[in-house]
Design a protein around this ligand. Structure first.
Ligand SMILES: C[S@@+](CC[C@H](N)C(=O)[O-])C[C@H]1O[C@@H](n2cnc3c(N)ncnc32)[C@H](O)[C@@H]1O
Ligand SMILES: Nc1nc2[nH]cc(C(=O)O)c2c(=O)[nH]1
Ligand code: SF4
Ligand SMILES: [Mg+2]
Length: 217
């Protein structure tokens, strides 16, 4: 019994606040599938841990940070450096749970552009060339993230999400690019509504999860 308890206790991460270690779920070089940078080669860093609780989340395996090994940030940066595409997408889970200053500083020193996918549920850390803010009903975005959004990418699960998208569009900068992305499991029902909505409200663009159609990570 005691052994078990010890193992359980030892598996709970204490993530250093200086960002020199991060819980890494997976990392892969692929094509950005969504949003403004769709089609661009990028190295993805997926950090474990999220408490936002979107019922339709397509990476629920990321939620428990303790399942994902605490990894030296220097090692992560070394992996990113090996690829010809000089852009990194930091995602999760919710990457803003962690201090991303060290990770992004080290990436930038090596001439790598830094992009983040975030719900904005926690304050912004890190130096970013592009912030994709995808706000959620389940935990509102932190006010310090909103002005940094290069793009606002709202997931449309039902009709009421259009009005909700407009509420957030009213809060971002006038230059922030606006995207509506169908929730994957509802795409067949929702896509025709998004098409009609964008034709009537052309400040919005459609974002599709193109990597899922291409069968790539
Ligand atoms: C898995 S999340 C991780 C980053 C961050 N937690 C967030 O939600 O922005 C990456 C992107 O996938 C989107 N996403 C997650 N589940 C989805 C689904 N079922 N259909 C469409 N987009 C989804 C999120 O809104 C976000 O833009
Ligand atoms: N190819 C590809 N593009 C993506 N854009 C955002 C993703 C994410 O899960 O954050 C993602 C992803 O998982 N794969
Ligand atoms: S905030 Fe992102 S990672 Fe967290 S549950 Fe929602 S979609 Fe999934
Ligand atoms: Mg994804």
């Amino acid at each position: 019994m005691e052994d078990l308890l010890e193992i359980k206790t030892a598996s709970v991460h204490t993530v250093p606040l200086d960002g020199t270690k991060l819980p890494l779920m997976e990392h892969f070089y692929t094509i950005q599938g969504e949003g403004y940078h769709t089609g661009k080669a990028a190295y993805f860093i997926r950090l474990g841990g999220c408490d936002v609780g979107c019922h339709w989340c397509d990476v629920k395996e990321s939620w428990d940070a303790n399942l994902h090994p605490l990894t030296d940030t220097d090692w992560i940066v070394q992996q990113a450096e090996q690829y010809p595409g000089k852009a990194v997408v930091v995602t999760g889970g919710e990457p803003l749970l962690y201090n991303l200053d060290y990770l992004t500083t080290e990436l930038r020193k090596r001439g790598i552009e830094t992009y983040i996918e975030t719900s904005g549920a926690y304050p912004l850390s890190g130096l970013w060339d592009w912030v994709c803010l995808s706000p959620k009903k389940f935990k509102s975005p932190h006010p310090n993230v909103i002005p940094h959004a290069g793009e606002l990418k709202v997931i449309v699960f039902n009709k009421s999400d259009f009005a909700w998208a407009e509420e957030h569009a009213a809060q971002v900068n006038p230059e922030t690019r606006l995207f509506l992305q169908p929730e994957w499991s509802k795409r067949d029902q929702i896509m025709p509504l998004i098409v009609e909505y964008v034709k009537e409200n052309p400040k919005w663009r459609i974002s599709l999860q193109t990597h899922k159609y291409l069968n790539i990570p």
